[in-house]
Design a protein around this ligand. Structure first.
Ligand code: HEC
Length: 132
């Protein structure tokens, strides 16, 4: 049972990462340091997801630093942003919007279920990984 569970868990993690690779990786690199980002800025189509995850997690504060609530709010923000990106609700710096422009909406390009998995995966995968 435990073996089955851990197999299932790692399989679903793998599956979520595969969704990221398919739907987000064409624009957002997964792990890129700050210096590599600056060096390659001309070639990038969007800020690295490592940076995005850090920025969004730091910008969103919840009462009592409740971890579950924090995850819920961050995941909801990501899901909403992917469907309805806009400057007013985003946390990108003005320079980033100028450089990359606003993200195109993926509303009709990703299922609700895949979006939920990938947003949760982003939260967990970048836990403790700093953009530096
Ligand atoms: C066609 C290119 C493209 C694809 C594909 C793409 N993005 Fe983006 N994304 C961008 C750009 C450009 C920005 C920076 C400007 C902005 O924030 O709108 C961005 C920004 C973001 C932000 C940051 C919002 C903020 O305020 O800091 C999140 C979250 C995000 N993307 C999530 C995703 C996820 C999740 C996927 C895959 C399901 C994805 N993106 C796929 C181009 C893309």
């Amino acid at each position: 049972m435990l073996l089955f569970l851990s197999f299932f868990l790692s399989f679903s993690l793998f599956a979520s990462e595969a969704i990221f690779d398919k739907k987000c990786l064409s624009c957002h690199t997964k792990m890129l340091s700050k210096s590599e980002t600056l060096k390659n800025i001309k070639k990038l189509k969007a800020p690295p997801m490592l940076e995005v995850a850090n920025r969004v997690k730091n910008a969103i504060k919840v009462t009592n630093n409740d971890e579950d609530l924090h995850k819920f709010v961050v995941v909801s923000f990501i899901k909403n942003y992917v469907k309805y990106p806009d400057i007013m609700s985003g946390f990108c710096t003005p320079m980033a919007y100028e450089k990359f422009d606003v993200m195109p909406s993926l509303k009709d390009k990703i299922s609700e279920q895949d979006l939920d998995s990938v947003a949760n995966w982003i939260y967990d995968f970048y836990e403790g990984k700093e953009f530096k």
